[in-house]
Structure formats: structure tokens, C-alpha cells
Design a protein around this ligand. Structure first.
Ligand code: KIV
Ligand code: ZN
Length: 398
């Protein structure tokens, strides 16, 4: 992959780190729909899962690799890269490869912790052993695919000197992307930006690979830290839709992408994201995971474009830029279209569901049609929200 130097690769990990949110488990069919939504959104890389974590996860990743991993994106002629996560051992890497190998652009993402607390208490390994594992396993992954990403887990609390050494070694072993995670969301924007700058300045070979940032939101700083990473030379962001993820979550895709777009003059960076798809994918992820988005959440919250106070409404009527820095249409927010009712047929339903991001087999469509008719008997107009709820509630439940 190589684009202009002001291009930011969007690596979406909703289906891996996002799915690690407590209670956010998705079925294989739901994962496939989310992956399709992400491809329509134009993400560059879909981290589809952690294949060694369970046979079901491996199967779900394989299904995504075979399908979405071979379909061009609407925004770009190539399919998204499909990525599988692996610890630094051959068994995990083999499983990741097994799951992604049918994708047109398969990526193996292998990681090991580099902070003193993780190396000593979790891995019980000396730094030299960690270094050796990282290099040997990046080399091993490289025998399977050209596209190898290495992550230094808990980089935010690691000794920078050790990071320079391990990043250099990973690059020499063949890593093409090196990811710097703030795994526990500990750093502040100036620290994290400085760390990225120091890694780039002190690591031979760093200029030949994509430096990636992966931030967690424990202190509510994930988006700010990610943007600081970009200002200091990172060119891949690891994000999730709605910011879901372990504990307080990951960096929100929609926040960083819309910050780059709205403040283009400040950042001078671009992504390949079709922002008009944001609301659709956000709803899908929220409905499938059952993780409702807080109303005041930036960009995708129900109130993100609502104006309550009289003085604000007055200003908006005069000129929308008085209180709005983004137009709702930019993120695909349109006034609900009341198009379907009890007289609507199968084709109308199928088309509307497709627009909302659901592609159904004939068998599933039949089942949805029945539920739709029942609902239409009770409710005159069926909204997009009704259809999304129906899909989440009925169709994919065992
Ligand atoms: O937060 C983290 O460190 C991770 C790694 C596996 C990249 O999710
Ligand atoms: Zn993470």
C-alpha cells in the first residue's frame, strides 16, 4: 500500500477490539454485515477478528476474507485488506493465516507486550526474550504474507529506548506497519505525540513503514491522542465505530475522521472514508452489539445535531453555521424517510434493507417479510429505525 504522504490509512478494529467490549458478542452473519458496512464506508483495513481465540472467530474471519476481502470498495478499486490478530507464536499466526488467506489483501497482525509491567508479570519474559520472539514471529508471518503488522502492546508505558530497538528489529524482520498502542489509555496528547515523534526520529527504517496509532479511551483522550499521533508522523489510525472496545473503548472512527475533515486546514490530512455512510454503520453496530450510543456522543449521538435552546434555534434558522460545524448530511443523517407500509412489497423491502446495509438471502428475506407484515399491521409507517431494530432483534437471533 502506498499513497500520498498526507493520506491516513483507516484500520477498523470494531470486529476485534470492539467485539472485546463486555457483552458485545456478534454472530457470524452480523459480523459479515458490519464488514460490508465498513467496506462501503471505505476503511483501508478491516481487523476481522482474533482467529486463535475460538473456532467460531476463525470461521467468521474466513467468511469475511472470502467475500468482502475480494469485493472492490465503493470508494476505491481494491478490496479492503483483511487482517487477523495473532500473538507472537506460530500456532496463532497459522490460525490467522488460515482465516485470511483467501482475501485479495491478507494482513497478519502480530503483537507482544513491551512495558516492564507486562513483560514481568504477564509474560514473565526478559526484554531480550521479547525482542527475540517479536523478530522471529514477524519473520515467520512474513513467509506467509507480505503485509505484516507488528504491535508493541502497552507501548504507552514502555521504555522508549526499548521501543526503538524492538521497532527497528520488527522492521528488519519484514513488518510493513508498526503499531504503537496506548493499550490502557494512560498517556496525554503531548506525551503520546512526543512518543510517536521520538520513535520516528530514533528508529532506523521507520520512514519506510507505516507508523500506526491505537489508543484506548480510559481517560477520554483516545481521539485527542490519535490526532496528536497523526500530527507527529503516524499515518494509520486504529479505530472502532462508536468507539466501542475494551473497558472505556477505543478511538472512535467517526470522531477522528470528522475532525480531519472539518479541520482540514489545520491537519492537511485525508482519509478514504465516505463520511455519508457513518450514521448507517453506527446504527448497525449499535443495534447488533446492543451497545447504545450516548445521546450526546460526538458525531453519532442522537443529539449531535439537535438544537434545543431557543437562542440556538433562532441562530440556526438564520444561518446553520451559527451552531453547526458539520452538516448532518455529511455523516449521512437524513430526515427519516417514511417509505414503507403494509402495502409495500418484497422488492421495496429488499431494496430499503440493502440501502441500510443488509444483504439478505432469499430465505432470510422471507422471514423478515413475515415479521415486517406483522409490524406493518400494527404500525402504519415503518421507519428505518424500525427496520434496523427488526433486523437486530429478530433476524440474527438464534
Ligand atoms: O490495545 C492493544 O494493545 C491491542 C493490541 C492487540 C494492538 O489491542
Ligand atoms: Zn486495543
Amino acid at each position: 500500500m502506498s499513497r500520498q504522504n498526507n493520506y491516513v490509512y483507516v484500520f477498523d478494529t470494531t470486529l476485534r477490539d470492539g467485539e472485546q467490549s463486555p457483552g458485545a458478542t456478534l454472530t457470524s452473519a452480523e459480523k459479515l454485515d458490519v464488514a460490508r458496512g465498513l467496506a462501503r464506508l471505505g476503511v483501508d483495513v478491516i481487523e476481522a477478528g482474533f482467529p486463535a481465540s475460538s473456532p467460531d472467530d476463525l470461521e467468521a474471519v474466513r467468511r469475511i476474507a472470502k467475500t468482502v476481502g475480494n469485493e472492490p470498495r465503493t470508494t476505491y478499486p481494491t478490496p479492503p485488506a483483511i487482517c487477523g490478530l495473532a500473538r507472537t507464536n506460530t500456532s496463532d499466526i497459522d490460525k490467522a493465516w488460515e482465516a485470511i488467506k483467501d482475501a485479495a489483501r491478507p494482513r497478519i497482525h502480530t503483537f507482544i507486550a513491551t512495558s516492564p509491567i507486562h513483560m514481568q508479570h504477564k509474560l514473565q519474559l526478559e526484554p531480550e526474550e521479547v525482542l527475540e520472539r517479536a523478530t522471529s514471529m514477524v519473520s515467520y508471518a512474513k513467509t506467509l504474507t507480505d503485509d505484516v503488522e507488528f504491535s508493541a502492546e502497552d507501548a504507552g508505558r514502555s521504555d522508549p529506548e526499548f521501543l526503538y530497538r524492538i521497532v527497528k528489529a520488527a522492521i528488519e524482520s519484514g513488518a510493513t506497519t508498526v503499531n504503537i498502542p496506548d493499550t490502557v489509555g494512560y498517556t496525554t496528547p503531548s506525551e503520546f505525540g512526543g512518543l510517536i515523534r521520538d520513535i520516528i526520529d530514533n528508529t532506523p527504517g521507520a520512514e519506510d513503514v507505516v507508523i500506526s496509532v491505537h489508543c484506548h479511551n480510559d481517560l477520554g483522550l483516545a481521539s485527542a491522542n490519535t490526532l496528536a499521533g497523526l500530527q507527529n508522523g503516524a499515518r494509520q489510525i486504529e479505530v472502532t465505530m462508536n468507539g466501542i472496545g475494551e473497558r472505556a473503548g477505543n478511538t472512535s472512527l467517526e470522531e477522528v475522521v470528522m475532525a480531519l475533515r472539518t479541520r482540514k486546514a489545520s491537519y492537511n490530512l485525508e482519509t478514504g472514508i465516505d463520511t455519508t455512510q457513518i450514521t448507517r454503520v453506527s446504527h448497525m453496530v449499535s443495534n447488533f452489539t446492543g451497545m447504545y450510543v450516548q445521546p450526546n456522543k460526538a458525531v453519532v449521538g442522537a443529539n449531535a445535531f439537535a438544537h434545543e435552546a431557543g437562542i440556538h434555534q433562532h441562530g440556526m434558522l438564520k444561518h446553520n453555521e451559527t451552531y453547526e460545524i458539520m452538516r448532518p448530511e455529511m455523516v449521512g443523517l437524513t430526515k427519516s424517510q417514511l417509505v414503507l407500509g403494509k402495502h409495500s412489497g418484497r422488492h421495496a423491502l429488499k431494496d430499503r434493507l440493502k440501502e441500510l446495509g443488509f444483504e439478505l438471502s432469499d430465505e432470510d428475506l422471507k422471514a423478515v417479510m413475515e415479521r415486517f407484515k406483522e409490524l406493518a399491521d400494527k404500525k402504519k409507517n415503518i421507519t428505518d429505525a424500525d427496520l434496523e431494530a427488526l433486523m437486530a432483534d429478530e433476524v440474527y437471533q438464534p
